[in-house]
Design a protein around this ligand. Structure first.
Ligand code: SAM
Length: 367
């Protein structure tokens, strides 16, 4: 039986990723759960998700918000609508709101900075931004306005696969397609600006191999990242990747985009970066609407993201089909998620729920 520690070597990681014996997989999840309890405790933090715009200028080959999806009606919430959602988050007792959108240039630097200041003034909530690849000037402006965290998944650390699924936009800085993928560099920039930085990957991207997953896990560890979001890749029929495969499957190396593999990546992420915040993602819940979130919470996750987006917009934030919770109101989502948390003997967290390493930084700054 291979050791399950943060010092695992690549061969051990590989064998756990490919493990199929139910008793051993149960042991992996139980160990990750114990490490989660020791490192970040039993509280499950709620981050209220506000999907403020589904407009996007990018041509990501996997994403239903991308320019490939021509028939998708686009929306952009007003500042007042976003503020209303933030007020609701505060009323429901959440410590954090997450402002997420496609890469939408109409969400200008100053407009988002004003929104951050208004949310802080009215609610005092921690603010996570997930607005895609923006200029360092915007990131600095938003940090100075009071944003606390930034979420930017690098999706895959394999440069060849990254280049294929994430073609550059006109405004991107040049990249030679070798070495570290650009979003990993951007995550360091975000950390340098003082953001608590979150990243993540999709599991089972066509062409993704077991070696790629090992490299992804090592990248989380190298960045000593504060948040790790892991979800299965779910094909969207209006995107090129849903119809496009390369040779990984033929060589028996294709990673499946299924729940067991995703949960193993969640568990190994917890073991390699014990004090990260790790959400039970909506994509996991989409694969198994009955138990997916609970399974992730028992395999190392400690965060869930109830959706606060008004229902008329929520149905249009179609990153993949059949997304979980798409027809619920904020109150229904809240009641459902808190019941799920209690059903597995955990409790709902209070306060901003920062990663312990971030709290350490803050203490050092104020000393
Ligand atoms: N535009 C921002 C960005 O790119 O970071 C935030 C919004 S983007 C829709 C949020 C995340 O959705 C992506 O990081 C990606 O991992 C996930 N996503 C997009 N398409 C997906 C798909 N087909 N299956 C699973 N996850 C997907």
């Amino acid at each position: 039986m291979q050791a399950l520690t943060a010092e695992m070597d690549d061969a051990t990681l590989r064998s756990w990723l490919r493990e199929e014996d139910p008793a051993r997989v149960a042991r992996l999840f139980a160990t990750a759960d114990a490490v989660r309890a020791a490192a970040v405790g039993d509280a499950v933090h709620l981050r209220g998700l506000i999907e403020l715009s589904n407009a996007c200028v990018r041509a990501c080959a996997y994403c239903g918000l991308s320019v490939h999806h021509r028939d998708l009606p686009r929306y952009r919430m007003t500042a007042e609508e976003v503020l209303d959602c933030a007020r609701r988050a505060a009323a429901l007792g959440y410590g954090t709101v997450v402002l997420q959108a496609g890469e939408d240039p109409a969400l200008s630097g100053p407009l988002i900075a004003d929104l951050i200041r208004a949310i802080k003034r009215e609610t005092g909530l921690a603010i996570t931004l997930s607005l895609g690849e923006r200029s360092p000037a915007d990131w600095r402006l938003w940090r100075e306005a009071g944003a606390d965290r930034y979420l930017l998944r690098f999706e895959t650390s394999n440069p060849r696969l990254y280049a294929r699924i994430h073609p550059p936009a006109r405004h991107d800085r040049p990249w030679d397609g070798q070495g570290e993928v650009p979003r990993v560099r951007m995550l360091r920039e975000l950390q340098d600006l003082g953001y608590e930085a979150g990243t993540g990957i999709m599991v089972g991207i066509p062409g993704q191999t077991w070696d790629d997953l090992i490299s992804d896990l090592r990248t989380f560890q190298r960045l000593d990242i504060e948040m790790i979001g892991v979800g299965p890749y779910i094909p969207h029929p209006e995107t090129p990747l849903a119809h496009d495969f390369d040779g990984a499957a033929e060589h028996g190396q294709q990673v499946p985009n299924d729940l067991p593999t995703t949960l193993k990546v969640v568990a190994l992420s917890r073991l390699l970066v014990p004090d990260a915040n790790i959400p039970a993602t909506t994509a996991v819940a989409t694969l198994d609407k009955a138990q997916g979130r609970e399974d992730a919470l028992r395999a190392g996750a400690n965060v869930v993201m109830p959706n606060l987006t008004p229902p008329q917009y929520r149905v249009l934030y179609e990153i993949y089909p059949e997304k979980a919770c798409i027809h619920e109101t904020a109150e229904q989502c809240h009641a459902c998620l808190t019941a799920r948390i209690h059903s597995i003997g955990r409790r709902v967290g209070t306060g901003p729920g920062s990663a312990p390493k971030r709290r350490r930084h803050l203490l050092q700054e104020s000393a």
